[in-house]
Design a protein around this ligand. Sequence first.
Ligand SMILES: [Mg+2]
Length: 426
Amino acid sequence: MIGLVDCNSFYVSCERVFQPRLRRLPVGVMSNNDGCVIALSNELKATGITMGTPAFEIQHLARQGRIHLLSSNYELYGDMSQRVQSVLEEFSPGVEPYSIDEMFVRFGGFTSDQMLEHARQLHDRVRQYTGIPVCVGVAPTRTLAKFANRAAKKIPAYRGVCVLQADSAETKALLQRFELGDLWGVGRRLVERLAIIGIRTGWDLAQADPKRIRQQFSVTLERTALELRGISCIEMNDFHEPRQRIMTSRSFGKLTDNVGEIREAMRQHGQRGAEKLRSQGSLARAVLVFLKTNPFRQDLPQYTPSAVLELPRPTDDSREILHAAGQALQRIYRKGYLFQKGGVMLLDLVDASRQQLSLLDTPQSDTDRQRSAKLMNVIDDLNRTMGRGTVKLGTPSPGAAWHLRCANLTQRYTTRWGELPVAKSQ
Ligand SMILES: [Mg+2]
């Protein structure tokens, strides 16, 4: 069985751990530089404010104390994500980060009753140890696990934990109840095309003839249909969720502690991720880098670190992304561990076309941006026509020198000695 653990309103939840007064209040986290909302608590969503709302439009509400806006504190979020992952690792050796707030967990050898009990324990333990509320979905395949997670989140009776078997009446009822667009990898345009041939729910898709789905749509959708029946055929990197996050990761092919080799692999991941970013017309706001030792070699010391770095501004420039990835790697690499796998994740994507110029933008940085776009275009063209890897970047130029620190930035409570939370007695 595969579990998907998803942290609820993750950035806001991280802030609330250290500022309990924010619980049950409408809280938003803003991007530092362009000043729009990138994460919302449920209470803030209920006011009608949406993801991407420019901060200046709602500043007056914050001044009146009706809502609370914080600057993004990626160092804190990255560390809290790591803590959630360590708790999950107590429950299973097979934990894979899927994004900063979602992780896949493999389970083996449980009856379905035991599985539910185990998942419930894991759910409670993460909350108890880290303060972060999560939802847990467990099922035989990734697509169903993601779906179970959605059910756990949407249906209060599950109390945050939903375990689905492939052919159960419960799974059938849920698949009939949720819309197709709620399924992983089924975008809005697909929903419309599927409706034409009478496929309206996840259950319809699971019952459809897979060959027909492949012929009329794609292999990807055929796999989704099979996964809904409990037949596992999707691996992690197969999932494309444009505009959320881009992940490039791979096993090193052998266990290695050679920092040079690891750095080179990460540079390739970073560069590949940046290419994907440009091809889908997005910019990233932050970079997450992770490493993993081999969990099946319990005779060796285990270490699965990750770190997140905020980019000076939303960007698709390979140089800025590689620079941040390099810094993140430097922060997490330790001698004495044999690493099996590593990856780079680009987070908090935004449409390049919708990206508003930040107030700090000067004509100079505008020129920089155009130059960067030109250079990246040339690199992508060469790599496309002459073969991947024709142009690789050498040592990156140091990133942008300026960095906007926003007044609403909370402390990096868990990663800086000088910023530890202080407990005061009354
Ligand atoms: Mg989440």
